[in-house]
Design a protein around this ligand. Structure first.
Ligand code: ADP
Ligand code: MG
Length: 247
């Protein structure tokens, strides 16, 4: 018993939480299977590694600030034109993130832009990448307060250090010139360093008007579009469709 208690204490000191969580099970299995020392050591280490990967994914999911969790298998591709199952399957290899490419989802409200962005985020986080999700309105608030509020500064730093940043709902609210400048600076700093997913209900032509500065908007689009895959989604609003069904 002493050896058992001491082992638990060693595992605690070494922070081997994965092993300490299922020590009894691992020992039981090894005794049943009469495994070799090497196989036993091997299974101990793989349990710990698996546990750490799982914990890291959970931490990244929390840190992403997703408004809600959506998955790709909940998305009905039959309802929307402009994106197909195979295109999405291609995205799941994550090469576009390694290449710092961007995804841009355009389309009317309720078409599934945010759902797709979140589902991609969840899938890439499960593969170990770090993601941050922000609506443009909140992102701008963070940028405006980063100099005076520690929490905002911390979040912006986190955003810049992630592998993928989702900027949701560009276009619903106009952006002041100063705000647009802060946004432009952020995008410039992340350019070719962090992948972006942008969702917008407005096509590029109306972005200049929304941001109140056509030269800056051109420079912004230049960076966003340099390495980008664009999805123009069409179809009936999923929200309205479901409302109709409920009538
Ligand atoms: P958007 O961001 O384009 O306004 P959302 O992604 O927020 O739209 O979608 C609105 C709601 O409808 C969400 O609950 C979303 O999960 C659901 N939804 C939209 N399109 C689909 C779809 N093709 N299949 C399944 N659910 C969908
Ligand atoms: Mg949305």
């Amino acid at each position: 018993m002493k050896a058992y208690q001491q082992t638990l204490s060693f595992l605690d000191t070494l922070k081997l939480r994965g092993v300490s969580h299922c020590l009894d099970e691992i020992i039981h299995d090894a005794e049943m299977d009469k495994t070799s020392y090497l196989t036993f050591l091997n299974s101990l280490l793989s349990v710990e590694i698996e546990y750490r990967i799982k914990r890291r994914v959970e931490r990244n999911m929390t840190a992403a600030h997703l408004p809600v969790v959506k998955r790709m298998d909940q998305f009905d591709f039959g309802r929307v034109k402009g994106i197909g199952k195979s295109q999405v399957a291609n995205l799941l290899d994550c090469r576009w993130i390694d290449n710092k490419e961007n995804l841009l989802f355009f389309g009317p409200p309720g078409i599934g832009k945010t759902h797709l962005a979140i589902a991609v985020a969840v899938a890439v986080m499960e593969r170990g990448y770090k993601v941050c999700f922000e609506r443009i309105t909140n992102l701008i608030k963070l940028l405006k307060t980063a100099e005076i509020q520690k929490a905002s500064e911390y979040r912006i730093r986190k955003i810049m250090k992630s592998n993928l940043v989702i900027i949701d709902e560009i276009g619903y609210t106009p952006i002041e010139k100063r705000e647009a400048n802060l946004f432009f600076n952020l995008i410039s700093e992340m350019y070719e360093g962090v992948s972006l997913i942008i969702t917008s209900n407005k096509s590029f032509d109306s972005w200049a008007e929304m941001m109140g500065d056509s030269i800056m908007t051109t420079a912004l689009l230049d960076r966003l579009l340099h390495h980008a895959r664009i999805f123009n989604l069409e179809g009936e609003s999923y929200r309205l469709k479901n409302q109709k069904k409920g009538e």
